[in-house]
Design a protein around this ligand. Structure first.
Ligand code: 5GP
Length: 187
């Protein structure tokens, strides 16, 4: 069985994870695709729930074995990727997949899945706003914040390549908009 796929992409700090978590509560027919990654686990994260955490060596071995549907070295030595086995696992359960990933990964998957996919870009109100959010999260070093902001500026230029854009200047409105788009797509 092949289900549908919904891809949420945005610069880091734009609020896409909050939106994705909300949709998972509203739509029981969706399941979150847990990505593999090689960055260190944050305090509030659980292995196998937020990510499959692994070493850079382990990640590279899986690249060599062709185990990824897509992967990227998002920051130096911070690899992130979608395991083919994760997609199969979710489809086998008869569920549709929801992805939370960076912009290049999102566009890559969008191409692979064609009409079976809905790709949504979450637009932050401004770069200043992103910086504020990343600082208040208290999970990033100043270097990591600067890196993420630099990347965000590039990512904003790709927004128009997505099927839909949700402006996240008001969370309640953004959640409602996301619900409506997903509901229509799953019909
Ligand atoms: P974070 O370190 O904040 O959890 O994630 C950093 C970036 O990597 C985010 O933009 C996140 O969406 C992205 N990311 C997470 N999983 C994947 C994945 O499987 N593939 C790709 N290409 N990017 C991902």
């Amino acid at each position: 069985m092949k289900g549908k796929v919904i891809i949420f992409s945005a610069p880091s700090g734009a609020g896409k994870t909050t939106i994705v978590h909300h949709l998972l509560k509203v739509f029981p027919q969706l399941e979150f695709s847990v990505s593999a990654c090689s960055r260190p686990k944050r305090k509030d994260e659980t292995n196998g729930v937020d990510y499959y955490f692994m070493s850079v060596e382990e990640f590279k071995k899986k690249i060599a074995n062709n185990e990824f549907a897509e992967y990227e070295e998002v920051y130096k030595d911070n690899f992130y990727g979608t395991l083919k086995s994760e997609i199969e696992r979710i489809w086998k359960k008869g569920k549709h997949i929801i992805f939370d990933m960076d912009v290049m990964g999102g566009l890559n998957l969008r191409l692979q899945f064609g009409d079976n996919a809905l790709a949504i870009f979450v637009m932050p109100p401004s770069i200043q706003h992103l910086e504020m959010r990343l600082k208040s999260r208290e999970t990033e070093t100043p270097e990591s914040i600067a890196r993420r902001i630099g990347k965000a500026e590039q990512e904003l230029k790709k927004a128009n390549l997505f099927d839909k854009i949700i402006l996240n200047d008001n969370l309640e409105t953004a959640l409602k908009e996301a619900e409506a788009l997903v509901s229509e797509f799953l019909k």
